[in-house]
Design a protein around this ligand. Structure first.
Ligand SMILES: Cc1cc2nc3c(=O)[nH]c(=O)nc-3n(C[C@H](O)[C@H](O)[C@H](O)COP(=O)(O)OP(=O)(O)OC[C@H]3O[C@@H](n4cnc5c(N)ncnc54)[C@H](O)[C@@H]3O)c2cc1C
Length: 494
């Protein structure tokens, strides 16, 4: 193990879960860290917005990981703040409600035996094509069809995926499916829903942990520990990193500007970046060449407008999430924060909803005013879903997020490879996190990556880049799940 000397200063770009986890792991070991974020809050995409006492996550965020050791770390961090939430997710499709993950019995109930027989036939056909004749899987559509057959793909995956990504599934990489649902076979679905023979070692998750006062409490807890160890100046908010000057191995200068545009430069022996991988190479000095700039510009994100509605009504739905397939409804997913934790609303005779409208900067949704998006959401809730009466709406707000979903187009992996080659020339620079690696991470992945990177910087032989590459479906718990004893234990934290 390398011993870091007291001149070591690790500068972390971004105070989202990944940056804070790296900072947490290093600071509990006594290493000086500075975490810099452009926002005026910590948490990145895991923020919880508060409006008149109502708390709204940026889309429903649950805590779930198959890594029991990480769960233990999480429980130590959050102490008594954790609540357990029963998971009830449904898909709204052509006017009907279907349970999610898909249940065969439920599909039969909603659509009848003819549809399920047709779904079975298309599955057999795709099994023949992809498993027997080895038809190549070239894109997201192929990956879903190979796993579920053409009919179930069309019913449950095509429209929602296209709503999230704004592109036809043929133009998206199959990697997203393999990261999200590899190992989820049609047989698991049948076993779960039809035979109800959940074996001891394999089942779809039915409850999850959640911080009582909103998801932002996870990054806030990490930030509290960092500040307790190194003082408030360890976390610099409203500070946008604009340049990183490299003077040689482990010798950097990080330049950031505050809300008034005033620039500050701080020295760093190690730099950890969670800012988008498409941005980082373009702020490095010495500068990159045109091929790297082109690759970096090519890594895009889907944006998100979340509409947070407060309602004079005790409850709207039973769901933790409701996925909306239908294109004529502007939002793609909704959740009712009260169903996750009662503390999310200040008055239990009222409730609230968070509606996620997926979009791209400057497209027709992004270009609508907050008032227009809000009113359209209320109209869809009232007239199409029949969930509310518009007179029950007390208030609404909109939150706009530009870098919500890293897009996996068909060339994304090649572009990432070009950027990795360039960044490899900067000794002491590390990338981590969702936008930081352009990888579709959940918060637990970003935290796990951050903790491992902290360990790596401390000299342990671990590779944070392995996280979220396991070929196992995230939502199936099995007895084979990883148990890694990498994280600092409680005694060391004190
Ligand atoms: C709608 C939605 C629902 C989700 N649901 C779940 C869920 O249920 N469970 C789950 O585990 N995960 C969920 N996620 C994913 C989760 O939010 C992310 O995985 C997690 O926030 C990623 O953390 P990160 O630190 O890697 O990145 P981020 O949270 O994106 O943090 C990056 C930080 O870098 C900062 N930054 C960027 N550029 C600069 C710059 N130039 N200078 C300074 N700072 C900069 C940003 O302000 C940001 O704070 C969801 C995400 C979305 C969008």
């Amino acid at each position: 193990m390398t011993t870091l000397n007291n001149k070591e200063h690790v500068v972390i770009l971004g105070a989202g879960p990944a940056g804070l986890a790296t900072g947490h792991e290093l600071s509990v070991s006594g290493v000086k860290v500075s975490v810099i974020d452009r926002n005026n809050f910590v948490g990145g995409l895991c923020n919880t917005n508060v409006h008149n006492g109502y708390k709204f996550d940026l889309g429903g965020h649950r805590w779930f990981t198959k890594n029991e050791d990480l769960n233990n770390w999480f429980r130590r961090l959050m102490g008594s703040e954790v609540v357990w939430v029963e998971r009830i997710s449904r898909i709204y499709y052509d006017g009907g409600y279907y349970s999610y993950p898909i249940s065969i019995l439920n599909v039969i109930k909603n659509t009848g035996l003819v549809t399920i027989a047709y779904a079975g036939l298309t599955y057999l056909l795709s099994a023949l094509q992809y498993s027997v004749f080895n038809k190549p899987i070239k894109n997201m559509k192929d990956a879903y069809v190979a796993q579920f057959g053409g009919k179930l793909y069309d019913m449950f995956f095509r429209r929602y995926s296209e709503k999230v990504w704004g592109l036809p599934c043929e133009k998206l990489s199959s990697d997203w499916v393999s990261q999200r649902s590899a190992g989820l076979s049609i047989w698991t679905v049948i076993q779960e829903s039809l035979l109800k023979t959940k074996s001891d070692n394999e089942s779809l998750i039915e409850e999850f942990m959640y911080p009582r006062d909103g998801y932002v409490r996870i990054p806030e807890r990490m930030a509290e520990d960092i500040v307790a160890k190194h003082g408030a100046e360890a976390i610099k908010l409203e500070s946008t990193v604009t340049r990183i000057k490299y003077h040689g191995p482990n010798d950097f200068e990080v330049v950031y500007s505050d809300a008034n545009g005033a620039e500050t430069s701080i020295p760093a022996t190690t730099v950890v970046s969670t800012i988008p991988l498409g941005v980082l190479p373009r702020i490095m000095e010495p500068a990159c060449d045109q091929a790297v700039i082109d690759a970096a510009r090519g890594l895009s994100f889907r944006a998100l407008v979340t509409v947070n509605i407060i309602l004079k009504k005790e409850r709207v739905s039973i769901d933790t999430w409701l996925y909306i397939q239908d294109e004529d409804i502007i939002f793609g997913r909704l959740h009712e924060p009260k169903n996750w934790s009662k503390a999310m609303v200040p008055d239990q005779s009222t409730t609230s909803l968070v509606l996620e409208c997926f979009c791209t900067k400057d497209d027709h949704i992004w270009s609508m005013t907050d008032e227009e998006i809000g009113q359209r959401c209320i109209e869809d809730l009232e007239k199409k879903l029949k969930f509310i009466d518009s007179s029950e709406v007390i208030d609404f707000t909109c939150v706009r997020t530009l870098q919500a979903y890293p897009v996996y187009d068909l060339e994304y992996a090649d572009k990432i490879a070009v950027i990795h080659d360039f960044l490899a020339g900067f000794e002491g620079l590390h990338i981590v996190g969702r936008g930081g690696t352009h990888r579709y991470n959940n918060a637990d992945h970003s935290i796990e990556m951050g903790l491992l990177l902290g360990r790596k910087i401390l000299g342990y032989e671990v590779n944070h880049m392995d996280v979220n590459t396991e070929p196992e479906y995230h939502e199936i718990k099995t007895s084979r799940d990883l148990k890694r004893d990498y994280y600092v234990v409680e005694e060391e934290c004190n």
